[in-house]
Design a binder for this molecule. Structure first.
Ligand SMILES: [Zn+2]
Length: 366
């Protein structure tokens, strides 16, 4: 739901209702949220070596006093004599260093240790976690989480599946069932050469003649399953067997029609990855009364970005977003927008940014 100028018009009543719900929760406990934001933003300034900041009620943000103010406000001779030492960052960095010696390990255990499937699943889980560590640069992510914890208190991790060719591609073989008429092995359904079946039939006929009970010598040489069959002294009969499963081919095998999957082509598909992103209280709004995750009726993910990124994600908003004006002219959430602004701006504004507010409910969180 980009753009919070209040100019959102939509004909679809469902969209209007959804907007109403989102607005309701966005405005819930607004004054508490603004106090939190002010506090977090001040800590961000402290972390970035700006210790002389003051709150401007008029701008709805902190201003930097002294020579670090790019607009030259509050600059006097005194600021050239001040040599503030950043104790805040130094102290927290020691704690972060101590807490980041080890990244919390993921250890999967089987639900039922007697079930071999559960054990394999648990082993695979451990391997997958190692892969996720590598893909997401877990060490850096953990450090970022600790930094967010030090300056904002709330840590939120957004994990999602991203499918893209930049992760590589895999081949998918596409099959289509086709009816094929021919001889099929009764055991493994492998299609058999017609030659083999003909030969099996011939062998059967030869055996029938040889062991015909009407013949005199039939009694001398009893037919036995485990003995190699012989036509005569020198000629051994090799029974025809299925090349796939080695089952003897029956000479009475008849033609049949079977649906056989045929390879119709190979297509390239992008690989997907689980991506993780860390955010703090400035970017995520949840209910302050929630005692556990399931208690919060909503979660709002708020951020500013260039309007083209919003259009890429939400093409329907093509004619609804004001562009090229900078949110300087569209500010109506002054405190929120200034608070999330990169400290590098130091009182100036980005040119083409719009605010994005996305909401999800408790069900989507679990
Ligand atoms: Zn077979």
């Amino acid at each position: 739901m980009p753009n919070n100028t209040g100019k959102y018009t939509e004909d679809d009543p469902v969209k209007i209702d959804l907007k109403t719900i989102c607005d309701y929760f966005y405005n819930e406990d607004l004054s508490t949220r603004q106090i939190q934001i002010r506090y977090w933003k001040r800590l961000k300034y402290y972390w970035n070596n700006f210790s002389q900041v003051f709150w401007s009620e008029q701008q709805g943000s902190y201003l930097i006093n002294g020579r670090d103010n790019l607009n030259g406000e509050g600059t006097d001779d005194q600021s050239y004599y001040d040599r503030p030492v950043n104790v805040f960052k130094a102290f927290l960095e020691t704690i972060i260093a101590a807490l980041s010696v080890n990244i919390p390990a993921v250890s999967c255990t089987p639900d039922d240790a007697d079930n071999p499937n559960d054990i394999s699943t648990a082993k695979a889980g451990n391997k997958i976690s190692e892969l996720l560590y590598k893909h997401n640069n877990a060490i850096f992510l953990w450090l970022q989480a600790l930094y967010i914890y030090s300056t904002e208190g709330l840590i939120a991790c957004y994990s999602y599946v991203d499918e893209d060719k930049k992760y590589g591609t895999y081949e998918k073989r596409n099959y289509k069932d086709e009816d094929v008429t021919g001889y099929f092995c009764p055991s493994c359904k492998q299609q058999l050469d017609e030659e083999m079946v003909i030969q099996a039939r011939m062998i059967k006929e030869q055996l029938n003649t040889k062991y015909d009970p009407d013949e005199e010598d039939a009694k001398l040489e009893e037919y036995e399953d485990d003995k190699p069959l012989r036509l005569n002294e020198n000629e051994l009969i090799e029974p025809m067997v299925c090349p796939e499963c080695s089952v003897e081919i029956d000479g009475n095998l008849q033609q049949s029609t079977l649906a056989i999957p045929k390879l119709i082509g190979v297509t390239q598909h992008p690989k997907s990855r689980i991506c993780m992103e860390m955010y703090g209280g400035l970017y995520v709004k949840i209910a302050n009364y929630a005692r556990k995750q399931a208690d919060t009726p909503y979660l709002a993910w708020l951020f500013e970005t260039h309007y083209v990124n919003v259009l890429e994600a939400y093409p329907d908003l093509w004619d609804k977003i004001e562009r090229g004006s900078g949110f300087g002219s569209q500010v109506n959430d002054t405190i929120e927008q200034y608070a999330r602004l990169n400290i590098q701006y130091r009182g100036t504004m980005p040119e083409d940014n719009v605010s994005v507010k996305t909401f999800c409910n408790e069900e989507a969180l679990s």
